[in-house]
Design a protein around this ligand. Structure first.
Ligand SMILES: Cc1ncc(COP(=O)(O)O)c(C=O)c1O
Length: 388
């Protein structure tokens, strides 16, 4: 059996998404900016406008021009963080984020630090959640931006972005949330919750790769970070990836609450199965405030890298730490920020589910994980006693 449980990295595209994209490769391949020159362009411009309107409605925006299409979540995060920082230097050069953001956010802030900005990286508690009192204490009159992710890509922990947005509003500070892994698994309501910028990534919800979305609330001061033409309301130059824009719209349209409910049941089955059959397992993150499709578990006394390799032999795809840095075998900075020690962080496995997973696959995963963990513990001086 082959079981793909690395859906937080990327998902299988829905066939309906591919079908929706095909005409934009074969027939409607003009660029939207040629709308005033020929009908080919106008047709594509209309389709892109529809996609904008569809996204703005789904995330609680008000104006289609609040949707900026980029090449992915990474670029959207770069544009949000750097674009807002550069455009609001008159307010101040202090910025706030957390220690557990995705690298595309963290490294954008690190770049700004090199350029003379001051950045506060908020700590998180043992469940990975930001403390509102600590955040409040970090705010200065020069703070121009607060950026806190909606859900964590490695542990699934969800932040209270409504409270953070409310605080940002009260203090007159712009608020960005990286919702790349969280939306549409969880709802978002830009205007009602008071969020100024939102990052989305369609390949995380059965859409295409190579397309990202940045919601920028009308009136937000932001500077473009790539130089080029005047596309995307002069915020993001470059020829629009129109097939991917159409695919992203379709993926959002067909994403269903029923699928999310089913994924959540599968995740609970997986956690229950593992926790009842395997000893010395720790759940990393908040079980209560959690994305429906991500579970991160530490199997004490053994290495996550060994577990993931052995599971791969059994046809099961999971990762240890996050895909972005599992290459270099460093302990996950996210788990370390949650107060886990190196041993706990190294023994962690992320299981991330999709609507394509089945109960049979989950039961197979529970069984194989049990066998692999038991085998590895027999080899481990610390785990051996328990397994014998
Ligand atoms: C939380 C989070 N933000 C941003 C990104 C980057 O998105 P993309 O892969 O579309 O560049 C990812 C992807 O792993 C993510 O998980």
């Amino acid at each position: 059996m082959r079981v793909y449980l690395d859906n937080a990295a990327s998902t299988k595209m829905d066939k309906r998404v591919i079908d929706a994209m095909i005409p934009f490769f074969l027939e409607k391949y003009a660029v939207p900016s040629s709308q005033f020159t020929h009908t080919y362009g106008l047709e594509v411009k209309d389709a892109v406008d529809e996609a904008r309107a569809s996204f703005v409605e789904r995330i609680g925006g008000k104006h289609p021009e609040e949707i900026i299409f980029t090449s992915g979540g990474t670029e959207a995060n770069n544009l949000a963080v750097k674009g807002v920082a550069y455009a609001n230097m008159d307010k101040g050069k202090h910025l706030i984020t957390t220690q557990v953001e995705h690298n595309s956010v963290l490294n954008s802030f690190r770049r700004l630090e090199e350029e003379g900005f001051e950045v506060s990286y908020l700590p998180v508690n043992e469940n990975g959640i930001v403390d509102m009192d600590v955040l409040t204490r970090c705010i200065k009159k020069e703070t121009a931006l607060i950026s806190v992710q909606y859900g964590n890509h490695e542990t699934g922990t969800v932040q209270d972005i409504r409270e953070i947005a409310k605080l940002s509003k009260e203090k007159g500070i712009l608020f960005h949330t990286d919702a790349a892994i969280a939306w549409p698994y969880l709802p978002i309501d830009a205007y009602n919750w008071g969020i100024d910028l939102i990052t989305l990534s369609p390949h995380k919800f059965y859409g295409p790769k190579g397309i990202g979305i940045l919601f920028v609330k009308k009136g937000t001061k932001i500077k473009k970070v790539l130089d080029g033409g005047f596309n995307e309301f002069n915020l993001r130059p470059g020829t629009e990836n129109t097939p991917a824009i159409i695919g992203a719209k379709k993926a959002a349209e067909i994403f269903s609450k029923e699928d999310v409910d089913r994924i959540l049941l599968l995740k609970k089955r997986l956690i229950r199965g593992i926790e009842t059959t395997i000893k010395h397992v720790e759940y990393n993150g908040s079980k209560e405030h959690s994305l429906p499709h991500i579970a991160n578990l530490t199997f004490k006394y053994i290495e996550g890298e060994a577990i993931s390799l052995r599971l791969d032999f059994e046809g099961i795809a999971v990762i240890t730490g996050s895909a972005c840095y599992s290459k270099n075998l460093q302990a996950s900075y996210i788990l370390l920020a949650m107060g886990k020690n190196h041993e706990q962080a190294h023994g962690s496995i992320r299981f991330s589910l999709s609507k394509y997973n089945t109960e049979e696959e989950i039961d197979y995963t529970i069984q194989k994980t049990g066998e692999v963990v038991s085998d590895l513990r027999k080899l481990s001086p610390l785990g051996r006693e328990d397994e014998e």
